[in-house]
Design a protein around this ligand. Structure first.
Ligand SMILES: Cc1ncc(COP(=O)(O)O)c(C=O)c1O
Length: 406
């Protein structure tokens, strides 16, 4: 097969607008954080309907800053989904705090809030919780993650946060834009109701800056703390210190980090954001076509949009739920897709199955049975705005053929 016929797992949509803006930025001579990063922040805050946005160089950085801003301390606990990317839990470890893993719902793959409630109750009663060492501190936060772009149950999450006085820090790496219905029947954007919400603009995300992230909040103190800590803990407008409107003088208020977003990246982000709803519309239509073409196979389950949610469709994750007529197992199925020129992936091997978490907290493979089952069955298919109808047909045919039914 010709290399150019290979359908990549992801592909960013970069238009002439992004290219022109980056060129303008390069020509301007100001490559680091500056006016473009500031514009991207205000455009993003407006899009999300929140007061503050802090642009950084990754979602991991945003999550780290968010937990720092809400005051996470060593030995404290933070509830995170077991079925997530490394970043969601590793940021808790940056503080020497303890990530408390929570299993998934089978229908939306997101954190099971009933199980989260049970864990919180057990902790409050001083009972043992899997993976939580004795002598731990208080629970500080919950990090719901919106798997593949579908909102976790934020209504229940907020109730738990209110009941136990916790912060809700949303991991919105998969969702821009996404929506959920609140208790008053109002559509809310994922990220707009968390205490702090963190977005990723990594190259495979719904909008991208290559690498990049954003932390949003309505709380001015947290916003300004995150801003200061994103640039070495030095005074507020540190990024201006080499500009004519700034000053060479600064003071260090805390040992911060180097997480600022450069203007070269923001130049891309400004135009990606303008097209966010157009990209979303196309991804929704791609997902609809996948579902039409892949329904009705006894061994395959297509993902569905839950009532009261509007899926971002960052990823289209099918499940191989029965024996495949071809006799292939999941990993061979992925190899077969590759032979047929289709890139696919697995999101994710649950955290409790990784060596670090096994060694650190003593997890067993069979803990968190739903996340484990989903992991064994799942295959993420390519899903992006630039996927053509012809490519959608090729992907669906390859899936059917690899499964042994067409
Ligand atoms: C769920 C989740 N959280 C956080 C991240 C981290 O994002 P970044 O690469 O921008 O740090 C990712 C990255 O893919 C992710 O999938």
């Amino acid at each position: 097969m010709n290399n150019s016929d290979f359908i990549k797992f992801f592909k960013p949509s970069i238009g002439q607008e992004e290219i022109n803006e980056v060129v303008e930025c390069l020509k301007s001579g100001w490559l680091t954080t500056g006016a473009r990063a500031k514009q991207f922040e205000s455009d993003f805050a407006q899009y999300m309907g929140v007061k503050h946005a802090v642009a950084v160089n990754s979602c991991t950085a945003a999550l780290h800053l968010a937990l720092e801003a809400v005051g996470l301390q060593e030995n404290e606990l933070v509830l995170v989904p077991d079925l997530t990317f490394a970043a969601t839990a590793e940021v808790v470890r940056y503080f020497n705090a303890i990530p408390v893993l929570v299993d998934s719902n089978e229908n939306d793959f997101c954190m099971n809030m009933e199980e989260a409630a049970d864990i919180l109750e057990r902790i409050a009663a001083g009972k043992k919780v899997n993976g939580v060492p004795e002598g731990h501190g208080k629970v500080r936060a919950i990090i719901p993650m919106h798997y593949a772009g579908q909102a976790a149950n934020l209504v229940k999450c907020r109730k738990l946060c209110d009941k136990y006085d916790l912060f809700m820090v949303e991991d919105c790496a998969h969702t821009c834009p996404g929506y959920y219905l609140d208790e008053e029947g109002k559509w809310r954007m994922t990220g707009s109701t968390g205490d702090i919400a963190c977005f990723s603009f990594y190259a495979n995300k719904t909008i991208t800056t290559g690498e990049g992230g954003m932390a949003i909040t309505n709380n001015e103190n947290w916003a300004s703390r995150m801003r200061v800590m994103s640039l070495h803990g030095i005074s507020k407008d540190a990024w201006k210190r080499f500009d004519k409107s700034g000053s060479w003088y600064y003071e260090i208020s805390a040992p911060g980090f180097k997480y600022n977003m450069p203007d070269t990246a923001a130049a891309i982000g400004i135009h990606q954001l303008k097209k966010s709803d157009i990209f979303w519309e196309r991804r929704r239509s791609v997902a609809k076509k996948f579902t039409e073409k892949l329904s009705g196979l006894s061994w395959l389950l297509t993902p569905s949009e839950m009532p009261g949610r509007k899926h971002s469709w960052l990823m289209y994750v099918i499940r191989l739920t029965g024996a495949l007529p071809s006799g292939l197992l999941r990993n061979d199925f992925i190899e077969k897709l590759k032979e047929k020129g289709i890139g696919s992936s697995v999101h994710y091997m649950p955290l409790h199955m990784h060596p670090y978490y096994i060694e650190k907290y003593g997890f067993h493979k069979n803990d968190f049975p739903i996340a484990r089952k989903l992991f064994e069955e799942m295959v993420s298919l390519p899903l992006y705005a630039e996927l053509s109808d012809d490519e959608i047909d090729r992907i669906c045919l390859a899936v059917r053929e690899a499964g042994g039914a067409f």
